[in-house]
Write a protein that binds this ligand. Structure first.
Ligand code: HEC
Ligand code: HEC
Length: 515
């Protein structure tokens, strides 16, 4: 089914993240909270510790409110946003997983009901029934996680589903089991962090110190479970996806780095502030830990969401909603012939449907700097070869599996030119020599960076030094004017062109001099 395109001022990635992070934080914390409440209630009752029981009661109010209000609202918002951002991806997911969603919502409904009963039951229920309701709350909440994780992980690692199309193959995909346990650890940690915040408001004394130490141990247990499962999770991601994320996708790679160092930071802060300095525990400590916890988990989610590029469902659908396998037909028919909601500005429409899901011209993951000081011919050539653009790497075991970060342009050559013109109107059109005020080898190097380096390295096994060795200037010009498929032809400003050729020929000059 065709869909219109939603224009928003911000990048799709940050928008999705802003909403998803709130939801994900609240929902994990509600699940962990369920477990925390029943375990803490049980142990307080067993020990006959009225102070702790009162603490649990206080906490339950907040947990219930957040689950019901925030969990539900942000959950609906996520639907709303993914439907707008990627209607085709959402449609594909619904077709496959509609029953999983129905099941999840049933669990969520039970969870909310149990949460409300639990909260109101403190006074009206026997201890035994109250605990029972608490367990129902936790198990229903956890079951909703167990279901939804099947769909989330499918989007990174669809596994055998790609061949069979079978629901269970997609649901019980390679990263499914490790994710369920990783996220269970996260739930436990989040509940501990929140309990620590509530404990911070207690007056200093033995009860407070006991609460702080107990809650810190609880949070640490969650972090250890999540940390251990992380290695399991990592090992279950196929090499191609993992290596691509690390070596080609700077957004995924930096999120991964943030996640890793935040793990150590969180661990250290919990151990020092929550155990060693438990007597000094205060709201500032608690908020600091909350913030680091949010940052840590947010980084993980950001990594997972950005690691699947160029796909939204690896091997099946690209992030811009185009189906893998449609390339040839679409290139022949033209992309716009498949678009039912055209605005009259073909350049803008081509940008929206081909690139906008992952880029802003100038902003999030921008393209402007790659096309400044070039020309429409170069931009059109780059668009037609966009799926070959990839950061140059020295080979290492497994490097041949690395994917290129972008899907092919699914339009005709004519459409590539229209899009190129549209983009060119939005970049700095001055040639490089004029804009940078450079000349000679510096100018050549700058032009090379701009026009060649995004697809080729100079040295290394895939570098250009060897294949171009011994070419005369005429040979070079001829080759570059009618290049390989997927490579833009030499074009643009004459002075820039000449400097580029001189720069390339200059690679061999010192060698000649040495002979
Ligand atoms: C699936 C998402 C996706 C789509 C669709 C996409 N790109 Fe990209 N693009 C990326 C990613 C990811 C990178 C690598 C960014 C990085 O360095 O991490 C990239 C890099 C680029 C770069 C290099 C930027 C630089 O400074 O090195 C250009 C230019 C570019 N894209 C242009 C386009 C154009 C034009 C289109 C549409 C025809 C497009 N992209 C479609 C994801 C996408
Ligand atoms: C949009 C990506 C892109 C850009 C930009 C680009 N190329 Fe290429 N180039 C390719 C592709 C694709 C091939 C085909 C072979 C391949 O897949 O590696 C290729 C092949 C070549 C080859 C042949 C390599 C061989 O091993 O035989 C040379 C030489 C070359 N390019 C030089 C250049 C120079 C010089 C520039 C800058 C003026 C440049 N390329 C810009 C994509 C690009």
């Amino acid at each position: 089914m065709p869909y219109p395109f939603w224009d928003v001022m911000v990048g799709y990635g940050p928008l999705m993240a802003a909403i998803a992070v709130i939801h994900v934080f609240v929902s994990h914390f509600a699940i962990g909270g369920g477990l925390y409440l029943v375990v803490a209630e049980r142990s307080a009752r067993k020990a006959g510790d009225e102070g702790r029981l009162l603490f649990v009661k206080k906490l339950s109010k907040f947990f219930v409110l957040t689950t019901v209000v925030f969990g539900a609202l942000t959950g609906v918002m996520i639907w709303f946003i993914i439907g707008l951002l990627n209607p085709k991806g959402t449609e594909a997911l619904i077709h496959n997983f509609v029953w999983a969603w129905a099941t999840e919502w049933t669990f969520f409904f039970v969870e909310i009901l149990a949460a409300i009963l639990y909260f109101y039951g403190w006074k009206r229920m026997s201890a035994k029934n109250h605990m029972r309701i608490g367990w129902i709350y936790f198990w229903a909440a956890w079951a909703s996680l167990v279901v939804i994780v099947g769909i989330i992980t499918f989007m990174l690692t669809p596994g055998k589903w790609l061949e069979t199309g079978n629901f269970w193959d997609g649901f019980l995909n390679p990263t499914y089991a490790s994710s369920v346990f990783f996220r269970t650890g996260v739930c436990i940690l989040m509940a501990g962090l929140f309990a620590l915040l509530v404990a911070a408001r207690y007056e200093a004394g033995d009860l407070k110190t006991r609460l702080v130490r107990g809650n810190t141990l609880w949070a640490l247990a969650g972090l250890l479970i999540a940390g251990a499962c992380w290695f399991w999770y990592k090992a279950s991601i196929p090499d191609a996806t993992w290596l691509t994320a690390k070596h080609q996708l700077s957004i995924a790679a930096s999120a991964l780095e943030r996640f890793q160092w935040a793990t150590y930071l969180l661990f250290a802060l919990l151990a020092v502030l929550g155990l060693l300095l438990a007597r000094m525990w205060n709201t500032v400590f608690a908020i600091l830990l909350m913030v680091v916890g949010l940052y840590w988990f947010g980084s993980y989610e950001w990594f997972r969401e950005s690691a699947r590029k160029p796909y939204v469902i690896p091997g099946y659908m690209y992030a811009n909603g185009m189906r893998v396998g449609d390339e040839a037909a679409w290139r022949r028919d033209g992309l716009l012939s498949h678009v039912d909601f055209r605005t009259g500005d073909d350049g803008a429409d081509l940008w929206r449907y081909s690139c906008r899901t992952c880029h802003q011209v100038d902003g999030y993951n921008p393209v402007k700097q790659a096309f400044d000081h070039t020309d429409p011919g170069f931009i059109a050539g780059s668009i037609l070869g966009i799926h070959k653009m990839k950061r140059a790497l020295d080979p290492f075991p497994g490097s041949e599996k690395i994917r290129k970060p972008m899907p092919p342009f699914m339009g005709s050559e004519e459409e590539a030119k229209i899009l190129a013109e549209w983009l060119w109107e939005r970049v700095d059109q001055r040639p490089m020599h004029e804009a940078a005020g450079l000349s000679g080898p510096e100018l050549g190097a700058a032009v090379y960076e701009l026009r060649c380096a995004r697809c080729h390295a100079i040295d290394g096994p895939d570098g250009l030094r060897d294949p171009l060795e011994g070419e005369s200037e005429e040979d070079l010009r001829e080759f570059l004017s009618d290049p390989a498929d997927g490579m833009p032809a030499l074009s643009g400003d004459e002075r820039d062109q000449q400097a580029l050729l001189d720069f390339i020929l200059g690679w061999y000059e010192s060698e000649k001099g040495g002979e």
